[in-house]
Write a protein that binds this ligand. Structure first.
Ligand code: SAH
Length: 364
């Protein structure tokens, strides 16, 4: 999964051609469905900042920013709160794909000086923006961070309990002429390093039954834990939005191409691979970090309503010059984000806040 998505040349997110995210691409995400999504993230940032006691020198960050749309909408809506904008020292984009970094810079519409420094345009607050490979590269200071549909894109490992103990599901080449893919799945003969590691860290379920499977995303857990540690040290709040369940599942890995499900073994590097997020595991790792609290997960629909999506929708529907088609599109995108039958329930929100933060995380 890692190679298929991140191989420097053939990885899905590294390939130059085409737009993957959006109506014309393979999948569509909430910030691309409606500007309201990013705008509400702006409201979340300002309200969280207030609950944190109005800290100065804030690092406003996003991890996995895709096309940069969320950050653009967030900054535009947060800009109306001058004291918040004044408290933000810099904006940070944690993004591993060079191609997407360029798209993000373009979406934000800022300027790049000769020394490479990038500054936001005045309408988005004129702050410096920098790009990073990992959370560890962020400068010190209170953090406000958003990770929207990042965790589902990180590689998972799958395990099955057999008569001999836990085994890992491996990918092997398959040369059988009658088999339509070049790759197939096979359980490892022995306990792999990942099995040994998870057993040692107490992650494997107690009393497993033969045939039971579990799916684990070590990179996602590691990122979540590092964000919690950083918030414990410097203060702040982080929000992760993604689809998944509040329990460990067996096999949710899926392939998506042109908005249709395809076999995960087909066309490596040309198909988007993703898996449900295990919110129970995220909560477990972050709750072990002293100095932070974890809130959620709550369904995306509840979260957006708590932040006032209906008020924002009505304001947009009342804007001068809006025609019937635009009004219908707006209402459809609202429904898509909050309706439990669409993205409202399957997509969930989890937050980490510093102990200092008053009450539960905003919207949760
Ligand atoms: N948040 C965006 C994009 C989601 S797609 C949206 O909702 O539209 C996943 C994003 O995470 C892409 O930008 C991808 O390049 C990025 N990504 C993948 N692995 C990453 C990692 N380890 N660290 C940071 N970003 C990563």
């Amino acid at each position: 999964m890692d190679l298929c998505l991140s191989h420097p040349r053939y990885g899905y997110y590294k390939r130059q051609k085409g737009d993957k995210i959006g109506k014309e691409g393979d999948f569509i995400t909430s910030p691309e469905i409606s500007q309201m999504f990013g705008e509400l993230m702006g409201i979340w940032s300002v309200a969280s900042w207030e609950k944190l006691g109005l800290p100065q020198g804030v690092r406003l960050a996003e991890i996995g920013p895709g096309k940069g749309t969320l950050m653009k909408d967030l900054l535009r809506s947060a800009k109306t709160f001058k004291s918040f904008t004044d408290a933000v020292e810099s904006v940070h984009m944690v993004e591993t794909s060079l191609m997407l970094r360029e798209k993000q810079a373009e979406a934000l519409g800022g300027t790049k000086a000769e020394d490479g420094r990038y500054t936001l345009p005045a309408e988005l607050g004129s702050k410096p923006v920098s790009w990073h490979n990992t959370i560890a590269e962020l400068p010190e200071g209170p953090l406000l961070l958003i990770g929207q549909e990042l965790l589902d894109a990180l590689p998972v490992h799958q395990f099955e309990y057999t008569e001999e103990g836990w085994r890992e599901r491996m990918v092997v080449t398959d040369t059988d002429e009658n088999f339509k893919f070049h790759f197939n799945f096979k359980l490892s003969d022995k306990a792999t390093p990942a099995v040994l590691h998870l057993e040692k860290s107490g992650f494997m379920p107690d009393n497993p039954q033969v045939g039971m499977g579990i799916e684990v995303c070590p990179l996602g857990l590691d990122i979540f834990k590092r964000v919690a540690e950083r918030i414990a040290k410097f203060g702040g709040a982080a929000l992760f939005i993604d689809y998944g369940e509040d329990e460990t599942q067996a096999d949710t890995l899926r392939g998506l191409k042109a908005h249709s499900m395809v076999d995960v073994r087909s066309e490596p590097g040309l198909v988007d691979l993703s898996a449900d997020v295990d919110f129970s595991a995220l909560r477990m790792v972050a709750e072990k970090v002293p100095g932070v609290r974890v809130h959620g997960p709550v369904p995306q629909g509840h979260f957006l309503s708590a932040l006032g999506i209906e008020v924002r929708l009505n304001a947009l529907l009342d804007s001068p010059g809006i025609d019937d088609k635009q009004a219908l599109d707006l209402y459809d995108s609202y429904r898509r984000l909050v309706d439990p039958e669409q993205m409202g329930r399957k997509y969930k929100v989890i937050a980490i806040v510093a102990d200092k933060h008053q009450g539960p995380a905003v919207g949760l």
